[in-house]
Design a protein around this ligand. Structure first.
Ligand code: ADP
Length: 165
């Protein structure tokens, strides 16, 4: 039987324990999970795609069925090339739903053979977003427990550079 491959696309600016919770859940359902960093020109990123990939790779190093990649352009095109049939998205609250619903509908109209699967994070992670983590870290707040230690360190480095610069 063909391998069941899911792509988990996102900005991952940076990866959080919320994202990792979704990844760990997906491992149980799919033969392979590809975490795919989207090159998004609309969104101002704190980290470069290379830095994001490095941080994700370190975070998933104990999961042999998870790989990390980046893509430009349409997710559906990338997924076809990767032979993936499911796009994975995480839902935190109903506020995520409207955007995700429209995006999934648009993707389905582009390619009906690919489905979007929504997963809910564990109760300890639903309030975590990359955006709030960046805000807290830039003000010197503690983000340990919300992101892996190596990510917390990277965030600290960025805010120190910013203060100096
Ligand atoms: P994007 O810019 O594509 O929304 P993100 O990196 O912010 O990328 O998120 C990628 C996916 O992970 C999205 O589906 C988002 O809703 C989901 N996600 C982010 N943080 C959490 C969390 N704490 N719990 C559940 N899902 C999350």
């Amino acid at each position: 039987m063909a391998e069941k491959i899911a792509v988990y696309p996102g900005s991952f600016d940076p990866i959080t324990y919320g994202h990792l919770d979704i990844i760990k859940r997906a491992i149980k359902v799919f033969d392979r999970v590809i975490v795919a960093v989207a090159h998004n020109y609309d969104k101002q990123s704190l980290f470069t795609p290379e830095e994001k990939i490095e941080m994700i790779t370190e975070a998933v190093k104990d999961y042999p069925t998870v790989s990390v990649d980046a893509f430009h352009g349409l997710l559906m095109e990338y997924m076809k090339k990767a032979k993936a049939t499911v796009a994975l998205r995480g839902l935190r609250a109903t506020s995520d739903f409207d955007y995700e619903y429209h995006m999934a509908a648009m993707n389905r109209s582009l390619d009906d053979s690919i489905d979007t699967l929504f997963m809910m994070t564990g109760k300890d992670y639903f309030f975590i977003s990359s955006r709030t983590i960046k805000e807290v870290a830039s003000l010197g707040g503690l983000v340990t427990g919300l992101v892996p230690d190596h990510v917390a360190l990277k965030l600290q480095e960025k805010s120190i550079h910013k203060q100096k610069g």
